[in-house]
Each structure stands twice: as structure tokens, then as C-alpha cells.
Design a protein around this ligand. Structure first.
Ligand code: WQD
Length: 336
């Protein structure tokens, strides 16, 4: 039996495929390669020593999904295929609702029809919007500030309702800020589109492909005035998916978990840590706040620890060292 991983050629997806294979599971990847490269699948084959089955197609297309479920013995699903740019979602809300929710609805319908036991859903800290209490727990208010965040919250609700009415168990993982790469340097963040997140931008400056980092906002009420996030190693995150597939949560039918480290770092702290890790000077300039940004957010991860037996173990230094290792050895990747 195999686990279907939608978006399995993407950043979190490829690392999740590695974690699943290392846990002894068979994997089928479904990816439309709209923001990923087929070369990632080749690299995955080298990391896990066998090439996972790959289907090229849209996770929102019922015909594609039926063919995948008919053609493979699927017993569980990890659903990561989605559009994920906050700014793009503000410019193209209907595109985001159609794509991110269409795939959830179609996938849940096929999973119910094929009597699949469990679906693990890639959700986001974006569902919380601006937190009113810190750290953010799963019971904190959910007030998304963008169509992207709305699609994640609605996706959770759709899956919870589908699970309540069927045999399906749904596990929602709210990621904080994923950073890093596989320690082999073979896979990492390699989208076909533009990168706008902090660490990839820092690495672009370190690699000389960008003059300086713009620090968006230096007047926040934080230790040094710059915004605080909970950065979590993508391998830790990937291992959270294995724990979510194995966890005993069936009486609840669906459950939500934060995946972060439980502590935050400011933009300037990340920058200083990256300079130390790379041994390079990384010029920066203070700039205006980025519209829609939250001042500070970090996760209360006690539920994942208690119920999934999962805890992030890798440090910010490891995240940056692994990210840099991949970026440096892949000058063609957008993050380099
Ligand atoms: C972090 C901090 C920026 C770039 C988003 C999504 C979230 C998740 C991760 C999942 C902010 C500052 C950034 C730069 C900067 N997505 N920054 N200069 O916005 O917390 O989270 O990506 O797929 O759901 O909302 O992450 O890395 O963009 O920003 O100063 O060039 O770094 O303003 O304070 P964010 P980020």
C-alpha cells in the first residue's frame, strides 16, 4: 500500500517524500510541476535510493485523481499541492479559492469514495492572522489576513466536515516558517517561480545574486524592531507528516496541530545567524513594512508533542547551514 503525496515534487513535499520513504512507506507523487521541477524527482531518487512513482497532473482534476486511485494501491494521502504566495493571493483571490479549495474538495471526494483511512493536510500559520496571544496555540482565534490564509482555514473545515461524515480521518498541520534543505544538499527549495521568503532572499545576497537584503519594517514592538517568526527545519516538518499518518486520533476524526519550534527569531537575528553560518558579509538596508505582515508569531507546539510524539530538533544554525549548502551547490535554483 502507498501514500499519495500531492505536491510531492515541491519544497515541503520532496522532503516529506524522503521522510515517508525512510519510514518504510511506498509513495506515489502527484504533481503538475507548475511550481516545481522534474529534476527534483531525479534528486529524490538519489536520496532515497529508488525513484518514487510519479504522476504528472492536477490534484483538482477528478479524472486524474480517479486514475491515480485506480492505478495504485493508496491507503493514505498527504495533500500539499497548492498555490502559496500571500501577495499573489491578494491579487488573484478567485484563482486561489478555485485552485486551493477545488483540489481539497475533489481529493476528499475521491478519498471517501475509495474508503481511504487518512488524509494529512498542509495548512499554515497564516490561518491565525495577527495573533492576540503568544505563543499561538491551536485554540487561538483564526482570523486569516489574506485569501491564501482563508483557503487554508476553509480547506481545514472542508476536510473536518468530510471526515465527520465518512470513514476518513483528517489531520491538519499548521506550518510556521519552513527553512533549510536535506543535509545531502541534493534537494532543497527549488521552485520555478520567484522566491520572496526571508531565508531564500538572504541566500541570494550571500551568493552575490542580490545586492542587499531589504529588511521590511524596523519599527515593530520587538527586541530589535524587526518582525519575529518561528523558523522550523523542513526535515523536522517532513517528519511531522509521518507522525501525523501514524497518530492515534480516530476518535476525534479530525485534529489540528501546530508545527514549529516554539521559539521565534527576528529578521536581524536570522540575518546575523546567516552571516555567521556562511562566513560572509550580508549587506542589508532597513525598508518600509511589507503590507499584510504580522509583527510577531511563534508556535505553542505542546499538542503535537503530546499527541504526535513530534518535536522539532534542528536549530536555526542547522536550517541556515543546510539551506546554504543546497543554494550554493545549485546555482540554477531560484534560491541560489
Ligand atoms: C518573514 C519575515 C518579512 C523577505 C509566509 C506565509 C506562510 C508560509 C511562509 C507557506 C517577515 C521579512 C522577508 C525579505 C524581509 N508559507 N522579510 N525581507 O510572511 O512570515 O510567511 O511564508 O507556504 O504561510 O505567510 O515569511 O519569509 O516571507 O517573511 O525583511 O526580503 O521576513 O517581512 O517579517 P512569512 P517570509
Amino acid at each position: 500500500m502507498a501514500t499519495l503525496v500531492t505536491g510531492g515534487a515541491g519544497y515541503v513535499g520532496s522532503h516529506t517524500v524522503v521522510a515517508l520513504c525512510e519510514a518504510g512507506r511506498e509513495v506515489v507523487i502527484l504533481d503538475d510541476f507548475s511550481n516545481a521541477h522534474p529534476r527534483t524527482v531525479d534528486a529524490l531518487g538519489a536520496v532515497v535510493d529508488r525513484r518514487p512513482a510519479v504522476v504528472e497532473g492536477d490534484a483538482g482534476d477528478p479524472a486524474v485523481l480517479e486514475a491515480v486511485f485506480d492505478g495504485h494501491r493508496i491507503d493514505s494521502v498527504v495533500h500539499l499541492a497548492a498555490r502559496k504566495s500571500v501577495a499573489e493571493s491578494v491579487a488573484d483571490p478567485l484563482g486561489y479559492y478555485r485552485s486551493n479549495l477545488g483540489s481539497v474538495i475533489e481529493l476528499a471526494a475521491v478519498a471517501v469514495r475509495h474508503r481511504i483511512g487518512r488524509i494529512v493536510f498542509s495548512s499554515s500559520a497564516a490561518v491565525y492572522g495577527t495573533p492576540t496571544e503568544m505563543p499561538v496555540s491551536e485554540d487561538s482565534p483564526t482570523v486569516p489576513q489574506s485569501p491564501y490564509g482563508e483557503t487554508k482555514l476553509m480547506g481545514e473545515r472542508i476536510l473536518a466536515d468530510a471526515a465527520a461524515a465518512s470513514q476518513l480521518t483528517a489531520v491538519m498541520l499548521r506550518y510556521f516558517n519552513p527553512v533549510g534543505a536535506h543535509p545531502s544538499g541534493l534537494i532543497g527549495e527549488d521552485p520555478s517561480g520567484e522566491l520572496s521568503n526571508l531565508v531564500p532572499r538572504i541566500m541570494q545576497v550571500a551568493a552575490g545574486r542580490r545586492d542587499r537584503l531589504e529588511v521590511f519594517g524596523a519599527d515593530y514592538a520587538t527586541a530589535d524592531g524587526t518582525a519575529v517568526r518561528d523558523y522550523v527545519h523542513v526535515t523536522d516538518l517532513a517528519e511531522g507528516h509521518v507522525a501525523a499518518l501514524d497518530a492515534d486520533i480516530s476518535p476525534a476524526r479530525s485534529r489540528v496541530y501546530n508545527l514549529g519550534t516554539g521559539s521565534g527569531a527576528t529578521v536581524l537575528q536570522v540575518l546575523a545567524a546567516a552571516a555567521e553560518t556562511t562566513g560572509l558579509t550580508i549587506p542589508h538596508e532597513l525598508a518600509e513594512r511589507r503590507p499584510g505582515d504580522v509583527e510577531a508569531t511563534w508556535a505553542d507546539c505542546s499538542r503535537a508533542r503530546a499527541e504526535l510524539g513530534w518535536q522539532a530538533t534542528r536549530s536555526l544554525h542547522e536550517m541556515l547551514a543546510d539551506h546554504w549548502h543546497f543554494a550554493r551547490s545549485h546555482p540554477g535554483a531560484s534560491g541560489a
